[in-house]
Write a protein that binds this ligand. Structure first.
Ligand code: THU
Length: 134
């Protein structure tokens, strides 16, 4: 299935205004596409109890999973910040649960899209064999 990185990033950017970030004032939005070509978006959702904030990437992935998706084919992430945003460690582990190592993660940057693979973002992540589950 062909993936258009710019279209996926456009879907992420379209959601940025819906981020709920009254504490950090740092808006993040993500879009994921599943293996059937369905696109799901997410935004960061913060809380007065700061530690309960959930990142945009996880919201997008959980939304996809709740809709029945199981494998993610690409991820795009953007933010209200001026610089390149790359996903936090927790989100990398969640992305790796549903996306193979070669799956692209596109991150918005002032000079265009930065592309990493899931495997580049999370080398040596916790994986099923360590649990005794192949
Ligand atoms: N945030 C994300 O949504 N994704 C990331 O990968 C990094 C951080 C959010 C969490 C919090 O709402 C805000 O950015 C500042 O950390």
């Amino acid at each position: 299935m062909p993936i258009d990185p710019n279209a996926l990033m456009a879907a992420a950017r379209e959601g940025l205004d819906r981020a709920y970030a009254p504490y950090s004032h740092f808006r993040v939005a993500a879009a994921v596409i599943d293996e059937q070509g369905r696109v799901f978006t997410g935004v960061n959702v913060e809380n007065l109890s700061y530690g309960l904030a959930v990142c945009a990437e996880r919201v997008a992935i959980f939304s996809a999973i709740a809709a029945g998706a199981r494998r993610i084919a690409a991820v795009a992430v953007t933010s209200s910040g001026a610089d390149l945003l790359s996903p936090c460690g927790a989100c990398r582990q969640v992305i790796a649960e549903f996306a193979s190592a070669e799956v692209p993660v596109y991150c918005d940057a002032p000079d265009g899209l930065r592309r990493w693979s899931v495997g580049e973002l999370l080398p040596h992540g916790f994986s099923a064999p360590q649990l005794g589950k192949a």
